[in-house]
Design a protein around this ligand. Sequence first.
Ligand code: IMP
Ligand code: MG
Length: 200
Amino acid sequence: MKPAAENIMKFLWINQMEDYQRFLKEILIDEKQIHQRNAELGKLISQDYKNSNDLLLICILRGAFIFLSDLSRQITIPHAMDFMAISSYGSGSRSSSGVVRINMDLTTNINGKDVLIVEDIIDSGNTLSYVLEMLSTRKPTSLNVCTLLDKFERREVNIPIRYTGFRIPDKFVFGYGLDLDEMYRNLPFIGVVDLERYKS
Ligand code: IMP
Ligand code: MG
C-alpha cells in the first residue's frame, strides 16, 4: 500500500475505534472478567458433558460468534459446532416480539446429539423460546442453553438456562459480539450505551 493510502486507512481506523467513546456510558464487563468467566464456563461444560460423545455447540448468529469462539477454546472435551442465523422483529431495533425468522438453518442433523445452544443475550426470551421449540422437534438427546448475558428483569417467557455468564440490569449493551445497529461487535468489552448521546 502507498504511504498516503496507508495513512488514510490508519486515520479511518482510529476514528472508528474512538468514535464509540462518545456514547459509551460505562464498561459493564471488561475483557479480563469475560475471559475468566469463559474459563469457568468451559470447565463446567467439560465436566458436565464428559460422558457425552456427541456434543454439538450451536451458535446463534450473529451476536454469539465471538462468545462461541472463546468459549469453545475453553472446553476440553471433543465437540462439534454449527451455526444458525436468526432475526427477530419487534417494535424497534432494541426489542424483539417473538416474530422470529430463520435466515440460515443448521447443516447438522441434531437427532441423537447433546445440543448446547450458545447465545449472546437473553432479553424477553422470545427469540430463544422459538428456537428451543423448533429444535426440540428434531429430537436431540438433550437440549440446553448457555448464554453470555441474562437481562432477567425483561423476561416475558420462561427459558430454562443451564449456563449463564453474567446477569445484567435492563440496559442496552454492546461489544463482544453484540451490535449497536450492526456495528461495534469487535469491541473486547461489554459496554452500556448512552442512548441520549447515541443517535442512529
Ligand atoms: P429476546 O428475544 O428479547 O430475548 O432478544 C434476544 C436478542 O435481542 C439477542 O439475541 C440480541 O440480538 C438482541 N438484544 C437484546 N438486548 C440487547 C442488547 O442490550 N444489546 C444488543 N442486542 C440485544
Ligand atoms: Mg442483535
